[in-house]
Design a protein around this ligand. Structure first.
Ligand SMILES: [Zn+2]
Length: 398
């Protein structure tokens, strides 16, 4: 059933009164007071709960997760290259990548009102397309509950692992719609050659790009420039994102402002996970330069760390808390990274709560979006494509 009438819904834009929301054929048909239910359309009393647009996790790695499996104490070394190497040696023994683990996590995320994820799936000569296949299997298992976009992700490098570029090419033909990336300098040691090859590959597949860039300081900032130049040269404005972007935290205010303007002009977005002590982009400043910012969980209980729970209201809270955002309108900017900002970065059409938008949303016991981010209340009702998929924090079995 993809028709529904919700009575007494609280909108962020009208916090002092409630409205009714009519859903027809999986899309929002009307938002107004006193709507009547057409014949056969079920009615749900929202009791004044706040409606939150379908949350989007714009950066996760469900192929790596141990969710649903045993607790695995963290034993990797401290450096990025240590964690990459550690994962290569441990993953097979732990049954990774696991379609079952990924399915369990995606189902959990759906109960948290997450309507869509962009997940970076490892592709390398050791594992081939096994991860892409496992995540595709998980995506099929959760179809209708949560949408899954796969990024073909060269976690272990591109140039330093011969054969990876060809595998990424195959992955983009096998269902991945976005090409990932990993520190062109820090991991591959040849940023110009790596980025030239990757942009050429993305353009050939008409794929979006989302590049992990952990390199800090001027080395990281310089690679921003390389990404910006190629985004424009290949006509990929609006389709390229840089994830993590650690170096932003190392720049002076004027250097960061100059870089943000270049990002905005080139339509290159940022994706933050607000993890550990990695700098979070200053949201208002980025917005003033036209830079779209999305957020995501990054790793969730995997060999990269034991943390994460897939809750995008909690992620928005981390984004706000880490950047000293306390006013309601500022906290709403943090939530935007998990809603409208993320939708823009992922190129999701028909997103939002207006008539014509796809009916993906959840209801929470909060008076305003800021309160929802601060309190992270249970998702009382989750609607996906007009269908109720979860109620009181539990999936509704089809
Ligand atoms: Zn990541």
């Amino acid at each position: 059933m993809t028709d529904l009438l919700l009575r007494e819904v609280r909108l962020a834009s009208q916090p002092t009164q409630t409205v009714d929301v009519l859903v027809r054929d999986g899309a929002i048909a009307a938002v107004a007071r006193g709507l009547s239910a057409p014949d056969g359309v079920p009615v749900e009393d929202a009791r004044g709960l706040l409606v939150v647009p379908g949350l989007i996790d714009a950066h996760c790695h469900v192929d790596k997760t141990l969710w649903g499996g045993p607790w695995v104490p963290h034993t990797a070394g401290a450096r990025l290259v240590d964690r990459i190497a550690h994962e290569r040696t441990q993953r097979a023994a732990l049954g990774l990548p696991s379609a079952d683990n990924a399915t369990a996590l995606l189902r959990h995320m759906a109960t948290l009102g997450t309507a869509r994820v962009r997940t970076h799936t490892d592709v390398d000569p050791g594992i081939g397309l096994e991860g892409i296949e496992a995540v595709a299997k998980a995506a099929a298992a959760v179809a209708g509950i949560i949408d899954v976009e796969q990024v073909a992700f060269p976690q272990d490098g591109v140039l330093r692992r011969p054969g990876t570029l060809e595998l990424l090419d195959e992955a983009l033909s096998a269902g991945a719609t976005t090409l990932g990336g990993i520190d062109p300098a820090g991991v591959d040691g040849d940023p110009v050659r790596q980025l030239d090859a990757m942009f050429d590959l993305a353009a050939r597949h008409d794929a979006r790009m989302d590049i992990h860039l952990h390199d800090g300081g001027t080395l990281g900032a310089w690679q921003f420039g390389l990404v910006i130049e190629r985004t424009v040269a290949f006509g990929l404005q609006g389709k390229v994102a840089i994830s993590h972007a650690d170096s932003l935290g190392d720049l002076t205010d004027s250097e960061r402002g100059h870089l943000a303007k270049r990002l905005g002009d080139a339509g290159v977005a940022l994706v933050t996970a607000a993890v550990y002590d990695v700098a979070v982009p200053p949201l208002a400043e980025m917005r003033s330069h036209g830079v779209t910012v999305a957020s995501g969980s990054d790793g969730i209980r995997d060999l990269w760390g034991p943390f994460g729970n897939g809750d995008m209201l909690e992620r928005a809270m981390h984004v706000a808390y880490r950047t000293w955002l306390r006013r309601d309108e500022d906290i709403e900017l943090a939530l935007d990274t998990a809603t409208y900002g993320a939708a823009a970065v992922l190129g999701v059409a028909d997103y939002g709560l207006a008539p014509g938008c796809r009916a993906d949303f959840s209801l929470v016991d909060a008076r305003t979006p800021a309160e929802a981010v601060v309190a992270r209340p249970r998702r009382e009702l989750v609607v996906k494509g007009g269908r109720i998929v979860a109620r009181a924090g539990e999936l509704v079995q089809p």
